[in-house]
Design a protein. Sequence first.
Length: 654
Amino acid sequence: MKPLRAWLGAALLLLAGTGAHAELRLALDDKGLPPDQSLASQALLDEARAALPPRLVERLDRKVEVRWSRRLPANGYGRASRPDLLELNARLLPGLADGSAASERNGRPHGTVRRELLATVLHELAHLYDRSRAWSEADRLQLHRCRQQAESLGEVGLPEQCRGQTARRFTLSDDPRLLDLAGWQQAVGQRGTRERDNHQDLRSPDRYELSNPREFVAVNLEYFLLDPSYPCRRPSLYRYFQAHFGWAPASRTECPKALPYLNASRDFDRQPLGQLDPERVYEVDYLFAEANDAWASRWGHSMLRLVVCAPNRPRGPDCRLDLEHHLVLSYRAFVGDVQLSSWDGLTGSYPSRLFILPLSQVIDEYTKVELRSLASVPLRLGDDERRALVEHAAEQHWSYDGDYYFLSNNCAVETLKLLRSGTGHRQLTALDTIMPNALLELLASRGLADRSVLDDPKEALRLGYRFDSFRDRYRAMFAVLRQRLQVPQASVEDWLAQPAEARRPWFAKADLRASAALLLLEQAAMRRQLLLAQEELKQRYLGARQGSGAAPTLGKAGDTLQKILANSGFLSRPAELLDGGYGLPQSGEWQRLEQRSAARQQTLRRLSDDLDREVRDLLLPARRAELQANEANLARLGEHLRGLHRAAGGVRLP
């Protein structure tokens, strides 16, 4: 028995040794090939195999025959005809052998014919790897039926209901994490199903990647393995592949710390192109604009606030004081017209884009113009999650151009998708809501948002966790008028609804405090008149475009307004500033970005100045007269306040 045990032991050791060295073998079919073509072919395969991750080589433990074929289409480079056969286009072999393929430009993503052949081998091997994980025949049949049923319903990827039906370990194109990063997001209200369309289609290296998740994996593995700048252009996907394989190519570009973005500020005098360093972001807040009576805002608005530290400040709590550096990520419907249509919002006629805005502008927009309060609630994210979120937001800014649906793909849905794909936080996977206020509640209930900062309203205001609507300030100022001037109006709304000339007689009776209150309320009245004028012009402009005989054309001002809308799109779709390239722009593209963004901004500034001069003439006489009376009131109040200060020996006001 001892010899038998020794024989079995030796056999087991042999089998173990064989299994440990099982790996991918690329076997060239060189029958009938001249020596130069055989050598060039083998060199191509050796280079491809050397570029592959060791884990892929180990797990794809099979012999794959590589054959030159004339059965492929003229514009095809290759295909995996079977799990053990890879065919390459024989028409390209002479150029590979004589070296001309290495310099021949072909207009394809990888530049030269030889480079494209190398990418094709890697692409097809990626497909084989993605399909290679073993399962039983019963599992295979069950999975096939489940996938067929899902695809008949228009679902993308492998639905959740299919995952528990097999013992298979999932690889790349079925991985929920990769699908989130790739752009096939979890559909709202349908846990486990994925959106059919991929809207991360700007700045793509090869639009073939958008065909389906399997092609996305294969195309991106080409670039992960061949392009040294891939970590800088698509950092989120680079980290995913690096983690999956436990390995990364040795050759890689040194990536800049800061990420490029366009600041969608209304200040057309500033250069819109900016740089955002994720390391300078101290915290990320869920920024919630409370609801108002407008139909499009009845559930509030979801945004993210980046607490960016000033350049010379160490990252820490004091960065919350650097308000002028803070940025807001806001998904909004890009309206290429002055009329916001409820029907278009329901049917997805507006593009959904990620705007990057200065916090100060957002505060003014909501608290002063729309009279809505803002709550800024810190998210509990780890350092890696915070950095990854900022990085992925920059990627979305340059690649995403979706469809905005008020009920199914609105600001809350888009913000949740960004949080989920940007952080990879497991607790976000199960969250599902279409309402901004509900999203805040869900984040807080899961311990992902710290709502305790709002418990003390005064402290929240002082520390910048809350920004109150100016409506409360206006009411407080009106209370001053009621106390000091005994004005007859019962509410601030009644006071502001008066004609400007009816408010003017009270100015001379006001002391210093009452005059300051009058000035703030007169500024509110001016904003109210500007909003009414804007709405008036919208309706006239829309009527003119619809061919209504009653609505006069806006003439030159209408043309100017349309040009502003056409030229401002680049602020939310910066990819249109660049030709070629993919992912995040790199240093070689920076100069072009600076020149083109500055030129567009100058155009917007000129058009805005033109519109300011032209639009007053288009207002109805009564509206124009009221605006002029408002301006006169502001000038008179300013002079009255300065006089009171001089009389009191105070500092002269500007």
